[in-house]
Design a protein around this ligand. Structure first.
Ligand SMILES: C[S@@+](CC[C@H](N)C(=O)[O-])C[C@H]1O[C@@H](n2cnc3c(N)ncnc32)[C@H](O)[C@@H]1O
Length: 267
């Protein structure tokens, strides 16, 4: 197929990509046939796979509204994904019209589309960056120019840490971000987990599909996810299936045992 104008030249259009498969699951328009094919294959193995994306997005929305209601006025959304409906700046500004948001993703399609839609927004930026280099993200001129690191920041790490193997030391990266942020900052995380309710074979096969992308994923136990928040003050209700995280803040929140979520505060 011809290269759409939203696909940068360095993108291999024959390889499915995590950000674009997620966009397809959410009904977005920035995905390619190879991504939709991978989503279909995943849905054959596990029909509810698109629910993961919607339920995760709903958790992120509740966390952003909750943080904004607690006074957070600047957000750093790392592994933000391809912008679609319900972006963080739109959600936060319903509560706090002056909210500022820096989006960060490694995916070139996400970055190009994000920069296009935010070009006229003085309160939001979209930069290419890698969670594995948190200091580089914070030093990026666009991020440093928008966020005041001497004031609290709400960091969003939603459905991104499970793309990092243990060898990348995800807990150490979350700790590094904590050390760079002002007291009163918060982090919201969501992370895939293995649950007994699901048959192990389909989850492993879905994992096999993701290994065809440039980003395999690594589910972790509640104890492992909780350990990523060492040194943070874990806020109620703790590390829980995302459907159990403040369901009163959303509409028709579903149970979602395959994804854990939490919000924690830097004292
Ligand atoms: C499943 S999407 C989640 C999007 C969004 N955070 C959400 O929760 O709806 C995962 C995103 O993380 C990005 N990503 C994966 N590894 C990353 C890394 N090391 N640094 C920055 N972004 C990363 C992918 O490109 C993708 O856009």
């Amino acid at each position: 197929m011809d290269r759409p104008d939203w696909v940068p030249d360095d993108v291999d259009m024959s390889v499915p990509n995590v950000a674009r498969v997620y966009d397809a699951a959410l009904g977005g328009t920035h995905n390619l046939p190879v991504d939709r094919e991978m989503l279909l294959q995943a849905q054959k193995l596990f029909p509810a796979v698109a629910d993961f994306a919607f339920d995760n997005r709903a958790f992120l929305g509740r966390a952003v509204r909750w943080l904004a209601a607690r006074g957070v006025r600047q957000f750093l959304d790392i592994g933000s994904g391809i912008p679609a409906i319900g972006n963080v700046h739109e959600i936060a500004r319903v509560v706090a019209p002056d909210a500022r948001v820096a989006y960060v993703d490694v995916d070139p399609v996400a970055v190009r589309h994000g920069q296009q839609i935010l070009a006229d927004d003085p309160g939001a930026v979209f930069v290419r960056g890698d969670l594995r280099q948190p200091d580089d993200i914070l030093a990026d001129p666009a991020v440093a120019g928008l966020l005041d690191l001497s004031a609290p920041v709400g960091v969003l790490l939603c459905a991104v840490l499970h793309f990092l193997p243990d060898s990348d030391d995800p807990a150490g990266l979350v700790a590094r971000l904590r050390d760079r942020l002002a007291p009163g900052s918060h982090v919201a995380i969501s992370h895939g987990t293995r649950v007994e309710e699901f048959d192990a074979a389909p989850m492993d096969e879905i994992g096999g599909l993701y290994r065809r992308t440039t980003m395999p994923f690594f589910v972790r136990s509640r104890a492992e996810v909780t350990a990523m928040l060492d040194g943070w003050e874990l806020l109620p209700p703790g590390v829980v299936p995302i459907g159990d995280w403040h369901p009163e803040l959303g509409d028709a929140v579903r149970p979602q045992p395959a994804i854990l979520g939490a919000v924690a505060r830097r004292s």
